[in-house]
Design a binder for this molecule. Sequence first.
Ligand code: ATP
Length: 201
Amino acid sequence: MSLVIGLTGGIGSGKTTVANLFADTYGIDIVDADIVAREVVEPNTFGLNAIIEKCGKEILLEDGTLNRAKLRDAIFSQPELKAWLNNLLHPLIREKMQQDINQSQSPYCLLVVPLMVENNLQTMTNRLLVVDVDEQVQIERTQQRDNVSVEQIKNILASQASRDQRLDAADDVITNNGDNKALVSQVEQLHLQYLKMSQDQ
Ligand code: ATP
């Protein structure tokens, strides 16, 4: 089985940008928790069927897909539903991520999980790579990308692991305060390191 490098970082830190560099430049397989989280509730999955059983067909959009906005609202007013949903989805997500990892063909693969440290999912990896960024830069980039208020971003930041908690858990760190070129050279260094590790494995 290939070496698994966990990739995490706070909101707008650059995880997707970094993962795309590994994939596009070096052909490294990416397993992305956000994508997997959508896959496990696609129509005709065990996940979506369980949600329909719990919440009724009203939780679907007309095309039969999950009405995420409605589910978000329901969770907001019913904390016990949130716990139920997490109990349902977290194991399904973990299982699907592991299947995707097992199918990886590249010398190592990246497992991208925004809340890796919060959910202790680095146990699924051999090594943890953290994308670190100064808070000011993080807020500016997120604001530009999502067109949301600074206050909303600060609320999200407060709900996530702190920079220090993430850095404490990290084996490797990419610092993403600079331009794309600075990112490219850090990714290159790490790629060489991971290639060597995968060969030594
Ligand atoms: P989230 O977890 O919130 O989805 P993320 O960690 O995946 O975010 P990205 O989407 O990769 O972060 O980056 C956030 C924004 O910052 C994007 O608009 C991206 O294009 C931009 N960005 C990332 N790195 C840089 C950089 N080095 N220079 C300029 N812009 C950058």
